[in-house]
Design a protein around this ligand. Structure first.
Ligand SMILES: CC(C)(COP(=O)(O)OP(=O)(O)OC[C@H]1O[C@@H](n2cnc3c(N)ncnc32)[C@H](O)[C@@H]1OP(=O)(O)O)[C@@H](O)C(=O)NCCC(=O)NCCS
Length: 181
């Protein structure tokens, strides 16, 4: 299977935040932005793999500041890493207020997508051709992110699943919760 470059699947989408995207507070719903992230991640993953892809996990999504109706949101996405069937897509989100020209980098996040064949089975994706030092750096970052994610999963399975009820009570004794069992 031949490799593909990062550039061959790079995608940016820009969307105007319209009034129907707003919540009761007049700001844009977080779910609208998540939907756009998922969409652009899908575009990049399906361009790279040439297959149908599914979203497996999301890392680094934060909503630090509200997005307003009228803002232009741009999502620049590129493939940072490929495993066997999985791909990590990095998304850089910026918001622009067209009236003032004020532009902000709102968030960077990472979507892990997996390619599937026509029978719904996971399938191998082309390797990634890295043409610039920044692409090598991103590949290394994503490899670390993936390892960390598996480590956290293992840690939760090991360290919390094995706690007794009394140990759990001690662990959260100073937190803001009341156990009423
Ligand atoms: C994604 C899915 C195919 C993984 O199934 P699985 O039995 O764990 O398959 P595998 O173990 O072969 O894993 C496939 C790849 O996913 C990766 N993966 C699995 N779980 C993961 C997770 N939680 N986070 C990151 N990557 C994950 C594996 O590392 C593997 O990557 P690799 O092939 O590059 O090494 C399966 O969980 C699935 O279909 N999930 C539903 C996805 C979906 O429908 N998303 C839309 C939600 S509405």
């Amino acid at each position: 299977m031949e490799g593909k470059t990062v550039k061959s699947s790079q995608t940016t989408i820009t969307e105007l935040m319209i009034p129907s995207y707003a919540n009761f507070g007049g700001k844009v719903h977080g779910g609208i932005l998540l939907g756009l992230m998922d969409k652009v991640a899908y575009v990049v993953a399906s361009k790279h793999s040439g297959d149908y892809c599914v979203t497996v996990s999301v890392d680094g999504v934060e909503f630090k500041e509200p997005v307003e109706v009228g803002d232009l949101i741009s999502l620049a996405a590129s493939i940072n890493y490929v495993g066997n069937s999985s791909m990590i897509i990095g998304i850089r989100i910026t918001s622009l207020k067209p009236k003032t020209g004020e532009e902000k980098h709102t968030n960077s996040c990472y979507f892990t997508m997996v390619a599937k064949d026509e029978n719904g089975k996971v399938t191998t994706v082309p390797q990634l051709i890295l043409e610039e030092e920044i692409e090598v750096r991103r590949f290394c970052d994503a490899k670390k992110l993936r390892a960390l994610r598996f480590e956290i999963k293992k840690m939760l399975n090991r360290e919390v699943k094995d706690l007794t009820f009394d140990e759990m009570k001690t662990m959260i004794s100073e937190n803001r919760c009341l156990i009423k069992i």
